[in-house]
Structures are given as C-alpha cells and as structure tokens.
Design a protein around this ligand. Structure first.
Ligand code: PRX
Length: 632
C-alpha cells in the first residue's frame, strides 16, 4: 500500500524529507510498485541539457501495476463505471478482472496489426471505456499513446499524427454529447488524407452511425477482437521508455508533443492521487475531465487504477438532459470524490440551488478543482452547496508538463483558503522569481512560478524536438523549470496562482496558444493578419478577443465573423472559436515591429482610460480607431 500522509505535521516532515534527500524519499515511494527489475539509480538529472532520469535501469510494465497486481484481491471489484451521455441508457460496470482481460486482448489486436514497442498510436475516441482499454493496451506492449481530444478538427489530428509519426489511429463511428452528434470516423477520414505514416485505422462501433470503411486500412474493433488471443504477457519496458505523448499549446508555434516516460510518471500519478484526494479503500472517484487532456490521463485512468480505485468515465455534459446532471451522477453512483473544473462550477452556479433539491449528495467526502484559477465566489458555492460545508476542496494546480498535481491541499489535512492552491506536494520545490530571474524570497510576495528540482512526473522532452523543450521551459530562467504562470505567496506561505504570464489563453480550462490561433485566423482568405488576446469572462474564466486586418472593405461583417469562427473550428476545433472579433485598420506595433498586446488586452477588457505609454508605437493613431470601434 502506498504511503498516505495523515496529519499536517506529517506533511511537513515528509515535505522536508523529500527536499533533504529526494532520492531516498522517492526510493521509499517506488518500493510500493511491481518492478520486473529494480532501478540502478533513483535520479540522474541536470536542467541544462536538460536530462532527467528517474528510476533508471528499472524495468516494469505500468499495466501490471494498474491491473495484474490487483487481481488477487479485486478481480471482481469495479474498476470503471461508465455513465453514458443519455441517462436513460444503462451505465456499464467493468471489473478489474474484465478490464485486465480487455486490455490483454486489445494488446493482441495491436500486435496483430503490426504495432510494435516504441510505435506511436493515436487515440481519437469519445469518453468510453474503450479509450482506457486502448491506452492501457498500448502501454501493455510498450507502444506510445497519443490521445487527441475528440473536439479537435481533422487538421489538428493530422498535424499531431504527422508530428509523432503515428502508425495506427483508433477511433469510433461517433458519439453524442448532449444533443450534439460528433461523427468521429468522418473527421478521421479527412485527417487521414494527409497522414502517410498511418497504416491502420481501428474503428469502435459505439452508436451504429453509418461510416465508410476504406479497405485495407480501416478495421472494425469487434472483428479484430474476435481474431485476437485472450492472453497477453506484459512487455518489459525500461523506466525511461516513453509512455505517452500529449499535445499542448504554448505561446508560439504549433502545439508541442509533451513526452512522458513510464516509471516516474507512474509513481507520481499514483502518489498524488492517493495523497491529494486522501483516497480511501473502496471509494468511488469521479473526474469529469476528458481523457484527451492530461487530467483524464492521470486522474481518470492511471492514478485511480494504480491505487485499485473505482473510477467513473462520464460521456456527457453537465447540462444534459438538465442542469442537475452532475448531481444526479453523484447520487446515482454514490461518488465519494468529485473532481471538476471551475468553469463547470460557474456555469451551474447560475441555475440556483433548486437543482439539488431531489439529489442525495451525502456520499461526497472530497471535492476537487483543476485547470484554471477558481474565484472565491465559485469556491464558496461549490463548498456550501455541493459539499454542504463538510467536504474539503482540493484546488489542484498542475500542468500537462508536470504529469500530476504539484500544489494542492491534502484533503482534510491542509487548512484551506478559498482560491488558494495552498502548499506544494512533497518533492515539489517551488520558487518565485522576478523578470530577471532573481529569486523573490519571503512571504507576501508575487512573481513568476518556477521549480528548481525534478519531480518524477515531469515531462522529459518535446517529442522530436528536444531543443524546443529546453527553449520553452529551461531557458527563460537558466537552471529552473519555468511554468509560465504567475503566482502569489501570501503571508502564510500559501500559493495562489494568478494565471499565465505568457501568451497562453485559458478558456474553460482549455489551453489555447495565441500564436496558433492567430495562424489559424490568418489562414482565412480575407484576413491579412490577426492578434488574439484574452479578456475576463464570468463563466469561462477567459474569453477570446480577436483583432483582424482584412485585405479589402467588408460589406457584411457578420458573415465574415461567422466565417472566421467556422474556419477556426475547422483548423483547431470549436473550443477555440473567438468570442469577439473586431476588424481593425492596423495593429499597435513598436518600431521593432512587435505588437503591443498590453494595449490590445486593455481594450478587450474595456479598460481604455489609461493605456499607458504609447509613444513607442509607429502609429499611435491606430489605437484611437481600435478603441472607438471596440466591442463591449
Ligand atoms: O495556468 C495554469 C492552469 O492551467 C495551466 C496548465 O494547463 P494544462 O496543461 O492544460 O493542464 C490543465 C490541467 C492540469 C497552468 O499552467 N491551471 C491548472 N490548474 C490550475 C491552474 N490555474 C490555477 N489554479 C489551478 N488549480
């Protein structure tokens, strides 16, 4: 059994131990897993190259830790509860024994179709248990999964598939989210027109939607299933062999394929799950994230399964068939730990407290929040109405790159402060720096959040582009990992994330790179150039304001706006559609050609009183025009 911190004093001791002797600390945690071969060295690292190796020399298979080792005690315990989009349809309950069998068989499907250890496999599936089976089957044979969120466009799929050279893609006919139908196979077919490395496309028939299968390339999941053997011996994987790639956006360029390796990720996902949520044997855990994001990887699949927990996969949306769906789900499955995003909380808050009237939420013990800063009002609403004042809220700060939770209360142990992620987990050495990289010491201060020592769950590289990994995370402040977030440390030493300090926008917890979005908008035939900034939004946290320069006079602006939005849906996905679009004659540029985003941000925020110094602009008058026509 993995160690679980029980008191605040113990947290402080463990934290100190993890800083004093990280190798010993993580060796002790690592001892609670199944290894095919023990490691030679717990940690070998430098942040210059950067090169990070945890448990080097060890051999293992993460699926033996998620599945096989639980079988003696919990073959009949439910591993995954699947709650479908339509509550009238029956939920599915999959035991550890059944999941183990499915993963073995699907691992053989992969092998039968030419996937080998180290090959990349793209997974583009709805929130169905088969998504977890596909991920684990990849891990079983040592293949690397690259899950692409099922809201991404064909173009985004092919970009990702090509970047990592995926050999296979796994998808489904389609699915419904609320009343909306998503025809995944059609989107994949469009994507596969420009993906030379894809040899096979496996299609799971989820909703009996009509699909066109291409002979020689497309195969039905159920037919391949029939052909495959039942048993599969887990492959031997090196500690630092890649486990998965997950694409994420930064301020510039195309999305990066964040690369996670096996052993360190496993240890960190399991340890953080058990300690942050204070998971107790037999509890039902529900994380409402999508499997296409890191939260789904670490806290729907790996973290819970490594701990032998029961994890819920919810296919639908919080507002279908009505706004009480989350609460109905908690009631129906007697959820003990509920983990969601501030956006969801804020959007449900608007519907008042009546939606709880006939729901029994007494099973709840812990609530969690992730993905964006939670404002105090939403925090109190969540605490008082959902948690009935008795459930601690763990506001968990972390990133795709960190693999697992980095700053968070330990449920019921760390005294809470609304809107604060509170304290770092053991093994997480934070510091705040100023613009020049000088450490800001003491309490009651604010700065850029950095990390000075590796933790096991950290990303190891950007797939196929290690220099970009170094450039993005380790070069702003040499010797430190830079998170891209601003952060306050208050008088009590508690951390509060203030948001991104780079050009990354966080819309409803979705991370969107301004550069990537500008590229997409500028690809529209009538747009010459664009600049995108965020402005605060009551529900989504941030919303997108796009300034565009067009190549001719636009008669019907509304048509163009719709067109640009549809274009973004096509290039990236619907979640990246700009909320406001303004046609401008030019952008405020400095003499060196840099766009002054600060000014654009202020205008988008409606704060046009004092725009600060505009004297360095080539043409300050452009600001007046933009201001006069701003959309509020
Ligand atoms: O800005 C921070 C914000 O989300 C970013 C990471 O996004 P992503 O890689 O998509 O991972 C999201 C889920 C782990 C961070 O740089 N963020 C995440 N959690 C919080 C947060 N901001 C404030 N509070 C949080 N709890």
């Amino acid at each position: 059994m993995l160690p679980q911190i029980k008191t605040l004093d113990e947290y402080r001791q463990q934290y100190q131990a993890s800083v004093d002797d990280p190798q010993q600390f993580w060796a002790n945690i690592g001892a609670h897993f199944n290894w095919q071969r023990k490691w030679d060295k717990v940690l070998d690292w430098n942040f210059q190259d950067p090169s990070i190796k945890w448990y080097d020399g060890a051999q293992l298979n993460i699926t033996e830790n998620c599945l096989d080792r639980h079988l003696p005690a919990r073959a009949d315990q439910v591993a995954i509860i699947w709650e479908p989009n339509d509550p009238k349809e029956a939920a599915r309950h999959i035991t550890y024994g059944e999941l183990h069998a499915s993963v073995q068989r699907f691992a053989n499907v992969l092998l039968n179709n030419g996937v080998k250890k180290g090959d990349r496999v793209c997974i583009y599936l709805p929130m169905i248990p088969e998504a977890a089976v596909a991920m684990l089957a990849c891990a079983r044979i040592g293949a690397v999964h690259s899950v692409v969120f099922a809201g991404f466009s064909a173009q985004s799929i092919s970009d990702r598939v090509n970047d990592s050279g995926c050999r296979m893609i796994i998808t489904a006919d389609g699915f419904y989210r609320g009343e909306k139908k998503f025809e995944l196979k059609g989107i994949v077919a469009a994507a596969l027109q420009s993906t030379p490395t894809i040899e096979k496309c496996i299609v799971f028939n989820h909703r009996n939607l009509p699909v066109k299968m291409e002979a020689g390339r497309d195969l039905w999941w159920h037919e391949e299933w029939q052909k495959a053997d039942a048993e599969n011996k887990a492959a031997t994987v090196e500690a630092e062999d890649p486990l998965f790639i997950l694409y994420t956006s930064g301020s510039t360029g195309k999305p990066k394929g964040v690369l996670h390796t096996t052993a360190g990720y496993m240890v960190f996902a399991a340890y953080t799950f058990k300690n942050v949520f204070q998971y107790q044997e037999g509890e039902v855990f529900c994380c409402t994230a999508d499997i296409g994001w890191v939260t789904g990887h670490s806290y729907i699949v790996y973290g819970p399964l490594l701990n032998g927990a029961t994890t819920i996969m919810f296919e639908g949306v919080p507002t279908y068939p009505d706004h009480g769906r989350f609460w109905e789900l908690i009631d129906k499955h007697k959820v003990n730990i509920f983990y969601t995003a501030p956006t969801a909380i804020r959007s449900l808050q608007a519907f008042g407290e009546d939606i709880f009237a006939d729901k029994d939420l007494s099973s709840l013990r812990v609530l969690g929040s992730v993905g964006e800063p939670i404002n105090e009002e939403a925090w109190h609403w969540y605490h008082d109405n959902v948690g009935k004042g008795k459930c601690p809220i763990v506001d968990t700060w972390w990133q795709t790159e960190t693999g697992g939770v980095m700053i968070s209360p330990l449920a019921g142990i760390t005294p809470l402060k609304p809107a604060f992620a509170t304290l770092p987990l053991p093994g997480v050495e934070l510091l705040l720096v100023d613009e020049k990289g000088n450490e800001i010491k003491g309490n009651g201060v604010e700065g850029n959040l950095c990390i000075r020592h590796p933790w096991p769950g950290m990303a190891r590289s950007v797939y196929g582009d290690h220099p970009r990994f170094k450039q993005t995370y380790f070069s702003t402040y040499p010797g430190l990992y830079f998170t891209g977030d601003g952060c306050r440390r208050d008088e009590d030493g508690y951390y509060r994330i203030t948001g991104r300090v780079d050009d990354v926008i966080n819309v409803s917890g979705h991370r969107i790179g301004t550069g990537e979005l500008e590229d997409a908008i500028s690809m529209h035939g009538e747009v010459i150039e664009s600049a995108v900034v965020a402005y605060p939004h009551d529900v989504k946290g941030q919303a997108i304001y796009a300034y565009v320069i067009c190549d001719k006079h636009i008669e019907n602006k509304d048509v163009l706006y719709k067109d640009i939005r549809d274009h973004v849906t096509q290039v990236i996905g619907a979640f990246a559609r700009p909320d406001k679009i303004q046609i401008v004659p030019g952008l405020p540029r400095t003499r060196s050609g840099k766009i002054m985003r600060r000014i654009l941000r202020k205008i988008a925020e409606g704060d046009t009183g004092n725009l600060g110094d505009t004297s360095t602009l080539i043409d300050p008058s452009v600001v007046d025009t933009i201001k006069a026509e701003a959309i509020h």
